[in-house]
Design a protein. Structure first.
Length: 390
């Protein structure tokens, strides 16, 4: 059998054997009692993952971009205005979607390596009426994590809806929809959920459904939440065939998350990120995001002098670890390492050992030793400390 490489790109992420097993179960009728019950359970679990009690959850065949499109098309009417908070590639994608549908929008852009300052949002939203604000939680090109909770505190003072693109965050970094009054969290299966790609995932507040009902027609059919709502309430009904196997796998993914417990999961992501960053800093690398914007789900890492992108990534892959190159202006200058989903400590340690081995074999002139490792005991201490701190 061909040796499997450890996939540490910013999605898809490594898939746990339990999820692969669920994926390989027989394809059931999409209206069979077993599948109907499973989809209901997955939808209920999804709401728990984003701390939402009163809203509605949606899982449809597609990907994160479809979820972005669904979020925009279902929340505001043509003459209304959208504000996009952009710290990189996926903020730009939000703009492109808005433009494709002829929506009116403004953009607040962050400085490189930072997210949009809450003060900028505060100032803008007090000057102009917006039907919705859309923000990327973690931008996958820059590795910048935005202060979503602070944005939410500002936006809740207005009638404005708050849409969070959580594709690289949901399930790995906390998003408390009810408490923070977030209207939409949109995401996809293949990032922090650790499920193979193929699903667009959304949780929306009650007022989003009311708003959508008040709008009558929208320029969408498959992406119309009202066409899916009856199915999400009763999956024995039909609108468009659900991806049965993928959804069974998604259910298994949500079970793994809730078994771990969301607080533990967030703490683990944070600990893994800290360990990986310590290692990289020790070895002479630096990061695109500035403190405190470093995401717990991926690192966008600048090369020190003496390392060539292509050679580094090829050798890292030969040593068992696949990482991604930089996007846009960052191409050749950075690599991107995902560390989200169901990564075990031994997988993280394997990657860190493999990194040292890679640097040694490409003749890296810098320092080659770092003691940063991910061990269960070290993690337990941190987790217990966190609990005590509360
Ligand atoms: C990956 C990603 C997307 C796009 O998801 P696809 O499933 O590739 O369509 C959107 N937003 C963010 C923040 C992402 O990381």
């Amino acid at each position: 059998m061909k040796q499997e490489k450890l996939l540490l790109i910013p999605g898809p992420t490594p898939v746990h054997p339990r999820i692969l097993n669920a994926l390989s179960q027989p394809t059931l009728s999409h209206v069979s009692p077993v599948f109907v019950a499973e989809l209901k359970e997955a939808l209920a679990n999804l709401k728990k993952i984003v701390f939402n009690k009163r809203g509605e959850s949606f899982i449809v065949a597609g990907a994160g971009t479809l979820a972005m499109e669904m979020a925009l098309l279902n929340t505001f009417a043509k003459q209304e205005r959208l504000l996009i908070l952009s710290q990189g590639f996926f903020g730009q994608r939000m703009e492109k979607i808005a433009r494709s549908f002829g929506l009116d929008y403004d953009v607040l852009r962050s400085e490189q390596g930072k997210a949009v300052e809450p003060g900028m949002l505060d100032e803008r939203i007090s000057q102009r009426a917006y039907a919705a604000v859309a923000a990327t939680h973690v931008d996958t090109a820059t590795g910048v994590c935005a202060p979503i909770r602070e944005y939410a505190q500002i936006i809740r003072e207005y009638e404005t809806f708050f849409i969070v693109d959580g594709v690289c965050a949901t399930g790995g970094i906390e998003e408390r929809m009810d408490e923070w009054e977030v209207d939409i969290v949109l995401t996809a299966a293949q990032k922090c959920f650790g499920v193979p790609p193929g699903l667009a995932v959304l949780v929306v507040s009650e007022r989003v459904i009311k708003k959508r009902e008040s709008m009558k027609t929208i320029p969408a059919f498959y992406a119309d939440l009202l066409n899916w709502l009856p199915i999400m309430k009763d999956p024995s009904k039909y609108f468009s065939t659900p991806s049965v196997n993928e959804m069974r796998a998604f259910l298994e993914g949500t079970k793994i998350m809730l078994e771990e417990g969301m607080e533990n999961r967030f703490a683990r992501h944070s600990r893994v990120a800290q360990t990986i960053r310590t290692k990289l800093l020790d070895l002479g690398f630096s990061f695109v995001p500035e403190n405190p914007y470093l995401a717990d789900t991926l690192s966008v890492v600048r090369y020190p002098d003496g390392i060539e992108d292509g050679v580094f990534r090829k050798t890292f892959a030969e040593n068992g670890v696949i990482v991604a190159g930089g996007l846009g202006d960052f191409a050749g200058k950075v690599f991107r390492m995902g560390h989200m989903g169901n990564l075990s400590f031994s997988q993280v340690d394997f990657a860190l050992d493999s990194l040292e081995k890679t640097l040694a074999s490409i003749g890296y002139p810098g320092k080659l030793k770092s003691n940063a490792r991910m061990t269960e005991s070290k993690f337990e201490t941190v987790r217990n400390k966190r609990v005590k701190d509360k």
